[in-house]
Each structure stands twice: as structure tokens, then as C-alpha cells.
Design a protein around this ligand. Structure first.
Ligand code: DC
Length: 220
């Protein structure tokens, strides 16, 4: 069996700031940063390209079976490619993908496949992995779990500042109420309210909770 390295899990609702925090924590620790939302976004982008409606679970399941998704590590973070094509931030954050991603993320077969891919990444090296179910489902045994929250107003204004049309409240409703792996605060997670912290303060809040000599470079 391949070696499993340590994984710091970071979950939270849309636009809570968890991606920026996770990326910087990974840099500070020399770990690989994994944005699992981008894997769901890439799958959504690819399904839309096939002409399938993300709301049609059966059709999504069938379309996803024919889609090859890879997560190569480039400059310390995973990228996503679909059938060999590296996706850009414009692809991943387009309005159709924003609208469809929470619908596709409800489909259990799609989740099972991406969860297996996410677990396999732990053989590459220490990880900081962020998403919705990382501490609850993907790596429930990790001792290093965080949940980053922020008020709905702050999250909506962050998305507007990024220039995206993104109904964060609706995505949160879908993500928190779906049957398979809904967004929850994982057992044992440290909750950080990021409504009024600077990025540096939020990163320090995570680093301060890590055991003094246990950096992500140590294996579990
Ligand atoms: O992190 P994000 O907002 O880019 O994620 C996009 C969507 O992907 C999110 O609304 C729900 C889904 N997602 C998920 O279901 N599980 C994850 N681990 C990560 C994202």
C-alpha cells in the first residue's frame, strides 16, 4: 500500500476565504495545496460541454463515466485537467459552472469517484486539502481539521469583489441539505470565524492550532 502522508483538512461554505487560507498554510508548511472544489467544478464544466443539464442526476452520472479527470501537481498545488486539457480559472469559475456545480455535487457516483481521487493524493506528500467534506468523509481520521466560516453578507461581497455572479446562499443551501456528504462541521474540527480577520490573521489562527513540532512534513 502506498504511504499516506499527513492531511490538514479545511472545510467551510462558499467564499468563506478557505481557499486563500489553505493555499498560504500549505506554502508555509511546504505541503501540497488541494482545492477539491475545482475538481467538482472541472467535472461540471465537462458535463456541460457534453450538453447535459447538471440538474439531471441520471444523465450527469452517465456523462461523468466517460470523463477523464486528472490532478497533476504544479508549483505545489494540484491543477485540474479534463481528458488532457488543463482548465483555466475562467473555465472553473464561469457563471454556468457556478450555477451547476452544487447540482452535480449531489450525485453520489460522482462524489465516490472524486473522493477516491482525493484520498489517492495523500500518497504524493503532506497535503492541505480544502472542500466541504474533507474532515467529515474524505479524511475523517485526520487529527488536523479546520472549519472556516464567515457571515453570508461578507461571503456574498467577497464574490462580487472577485467579479463573479455566484449565488452563495443558494449553493450553501444545496451543499448543506444534500443527502450524500452534506457540508457539516466535522467532529473535532477547530472553527474559525473569518468574517473580520485579515488573511494573515486567519492563516496564523490555523498555524497556531498545529502541534508545535508536528508540521505537515511529518507522516501520519
Ligand atoms: O469550494 P468551491 O466553492 O469552489 O466548491 C464548488 C462546489 O463544489 C460547492 O458548492 C460544492 C462542491 N464541493 C463539494 O461538494 N465537496 C467538496 N469537497 C468541494 C466542493
Amino acid at each position: 500500500m502506498s504511504q499516506q502522508h499527513s492531511v490538514i483538512t479545511i472545510d467551510g461554505p462558499a467564499a468563506s476565504g478557505k481557499s486563500s487560507i489553505a493555499r498560504l498554510v500549505a506554502q508555509r508548511l511546504g505541503a501540497i495545496y488541494v482545492n477539491t472544489g475545482n475538481m467538482y467544478r472541472a467535472m461540471t464544466w465537462a458535463v456541460i460541454q457534453t450538453g447535459v443539464d447538471p440538474n439531471d442526476g441520471e444523465a450527469v452520472k452517465r456523462a461523468a463515466e466517460g470523463i477523464v479527470i486528472d490532478s497533476p501537481v504544479v508549483d505545489g498545488q494540484t491543477q485540474v485537467s479534463i481528458c488532457g486539457r488543463a482548465l483555466t480559472q475562467d473555465d472553473l469559475n464561469s457563471d454556468p459552472v457556478n450555477r451547476g456545480v452544487s447540482l452535480l455535487a449531489r450525485v453520489p457516483e460522482v462524489r465516490a469517484r472524486l473522493v477516491a481521487d482525493q484520498r489517492a493524493l495523500a500518497s504524493l506528500g503532506p497535503l492541505v486539502m480544502e472542500g466541504r467534506d474533507i474532515g467529515s468523509v474524505v479524511f475523517p481520521d485526520s487529527p488536523l481539521k479546520f472549519y472556516i466560516d464567515a457571515s453570508e453578507e461578507v461571503r456574498a461581497s467577497r464574490r462580487r469583489a472577485q467579479g463573479h455572479t455566484d449565488q452563495v446562499a443558494e449553493r450553501d443551501r444545496l451543499d448543506s441539505t444534500r443527502k450524500t456528504s452534506p457540508l457539516v462541521i466535522p467532529e473535532g474540527a477547530t472553527v474559525i470565524d473569518n468574517s473580520h480577520l485579515t488573511l494573515d490573521q486567519a492563516v496564523e489562527a490555523v498555524l497556531a492550532k498545529l502541534p508545535a513540532r508536528s508540521t505537515a512534513s511529518e507522516s501520519q
